[in-house]
Each structure stands twice: as C-alpha cells, then as structure tokens.
Write a protein that binds this ligand. Structure first.
Ligand code: GDP
Length: 306
C-alpha cells in the first residue's frame, strides 16, 4: 500500500494547479504591468473573486514599493506574506469545555462533506478526551441518518436518532440527553437541502431556537461546512447561512484532490468586512477520519506557492 503522505503533501497536491499557475507568473525577469496582469488572471482563475483579487494586488504593490524588491522571486515572497496576512484572522482553535455539554450545530448544503466532517470532528474530540454525543437532526433523508450512525459506530460515540422525527425535537432530546448523561460535546447534524432555500433556513432557525430552549446559551458553536471546490458559490453559502444563523466557525473541505483554494481569500476578505471574522476551525484534506487539520494561514500560503 503506497504511503499516503503527510496532510501538507495532500494539501499541496490539491492546490497544485492553482499554485503552478500563480508561480508561473514569477518566472520572468521583470516586475512590470504584465506580471500583475498575469497574476490577476491566475488569482481570478483560482476562485479568489474580484474583490479579494484586487485587495491582494493592491497590498502586493504596496509591499513591493516598500521593500524595493527587484526580482519576481522577491515579489512572490511578498505575495506569500500578503496571502498569509489576509488569511490570518481565519485562524482560531475550536474551544470546548466551557459548557457541559458544549453544543455544536453543524450546517451545510448536501454534498459539502458535512457528515464526513462531523465524523472527523468526533474522532478529533474523542482523541482529546471529550465525550461526544451526536444528534441526527437531518430526519428528512434516511441516508443521512444512516451515514451518521455509521460514523457514530466507527468513532464509538452515542447517537440520538429517530426515524421520521421532527428535526427540532430530535435535537432537543439530544441536548437533554447530553446534559443528563454528562457528555462534553453534543454535535447536531442538520439537513442540507429542503424544497426551497427559504424552507431550509426556517428549519435551521427553528433547530437553533429549540437548542436554546433545551440549554440556555446554546448552541455554543454554529459551524458551516463548505466545499472548498465550489468557488464563489461557497462564499454565497457562507453569507446566506451567516445571515440566517450567525456563524461562529467553518470547516472548509476537499482541499486535497483538485482544489483551487482561492475561495479562502474571498471568505477572509468578507470576514474582514463583517467585523468579527468567522474562523476556519478545520480544513478537510481527505475522506478518512484522520483527514481533518487545523487551519494555519502561513502553511496554507506556503502549500500554495512553495
Ligand atoms: P454531506 O452531504 O454534506 O453530508 O456530505 P458527505 O459527508 O456525505 O460527503 C460528500 C462526499 O465528499 C463523500 O464522498 C465524502 O467522502 C467526500 N468528502 C468529504 N470531505 C472530504 C475531503 O476533505 N476531501 C475529499 N477528497 N473528499 C471529502
């Protein structure tokens, strides 16, 4: 069986295409308008979006001027700094242990990697000595419930699930159970798609409210799982879910494979305008239970450009 390599290798290989089209820009000998134009095109191709691309270009030009860089290679180093600085506010670790239980509500559109990420997060928390209980609040899809049960089994944690039940009441029961059983963390999986977006958001808001009834001050975290390959669409999802629920964090998945990666810059710029950043607690770099990594801005920039 071949070595799977480190997560950094998988992240690097996922971002390879974007990375090579950006680094290609710096292979010439001159720092001129053409270089910036090529860089602009490469950033746009990587799903960075117009606003974040402009932000990075302006910041880079300022850095070039200040440092009096004379070679494209030096400019590339400054771009790495600019990207790392833009992404830095997204770095934050998930805190548990302040409440018993800490209640984490997880949302995301179908296919984003929500259930898989919950499995990975459960493993991560269990490894850190936390007693986790899962709530199968996506009662609309039998497959969702079954898949969550598989992850509960693999990670050896308890699950509250009810066939065809009301999502809000399943969540309520799970939080109550978590409290009475002295669990450290309750993670609620939620539906990722209903008849309409409005219907989905109303359902999620209801779950959010009911969690608050089951435990004052909960949910303590509202996480959105987004697929790192969906480009500007991912940013639109972040905005919509944040407006409905008030996000406290994100998991960006599928940054292995053939991710473009630029969406993180777009999210970072949006976060900056929002005032309080919505941190990326974790990134997904594969399909197995271990493939969850804490996000580090400089490592990410290095995986992209080095
Ligand atoms: P959900 O519908 O949001 O619950 O999505 P799932 O958790 O079922 O994931 C959808 C697909 O994406 C599955 O095939 C997962 O194995 C895959 N997936 C999830 N996270 C990652 C990741 O970080 N990397 C890769 N390569 N695949 C992932």
């Amino acid at each position: 069986k071949p070595e799977r390599g480190s997560w950094m290798d998988r992240l690097r290989s996922g971002l390879r295409k974007t990375g090579s089209s950006i680094t290609q820009v710096f292979t010439g000998t001159r720092i001129d308008d053409e270089l910036y134009e090529e860089l602009e095109a490469a950033l746009l191709m990587a799903d960075t979006g117009v606003a974040a691309t402009q932000h990075l270009l302006d910041d880079l030009k300022r850095r070039v001027k200040e440092s009096k860089a004379t070679t494209p290679a030096a400019v590339k180093g400054l771009l790495l700094d600019a990207i790392a600085e833009l992404l830095a506010p997204l770095e934050k670790s998930l805190t548990v242990g302040l409440h018993t239980p800490t209640v984490i509500m997880v949302a995301g559109v179908n296919g984003a990697g929500k259930t898989t990420s919950i499995g990975k997060l459960t493993r991560y928390l269990s490894d850190h000595g936390q007693r986790v209980l899962l709530a199968a609040a996506d009662t609309f899809r039998a497959a969702a419930r079954e898949q969550l049960a598989v992850w509960a089994d693999r990670t050896q944690v308890q699950i509250v699930s009810q066939e065809g039940g009301d999502p809000a009441s399943v969540t309520f029961d799970a939080v109550q159970a978590g409290r009475s059983r002295g669990c450290d963390v309750v993670i609620a999986d939620t539906a990722g798609r209903l008849a309409t977006q409005l219907h989905l958001m109303e359902e999620l808001k209801k779950i959010h409210r009911v969690i608050g009834k089951a435990m004052n001050g909960a949910p303590h975290e509202v996480l959105l799982v987004v697929d790192g390959n969906t480009g500007q669409n991912a940013l639109a999802q972040v905005k919509a879910f944040d407006e409905a629920l008030g996000l406290t964090g994100m998991v960006v998945t599928k940054l292995d494979g053939t991710a473009k990666g630029g969406v993180l810059a777009a999210i970072a710029l949006w976060s900056r305008q929002r005032g309080t950043p919505v941190p990326v607690y974790f990134i997904g770099v594969g399909e197995s239970l271990e493939d969850l990594q804490t996000f580090n801005a400089r490592e990410f920039a290095r995986a992209l450009l080095e």
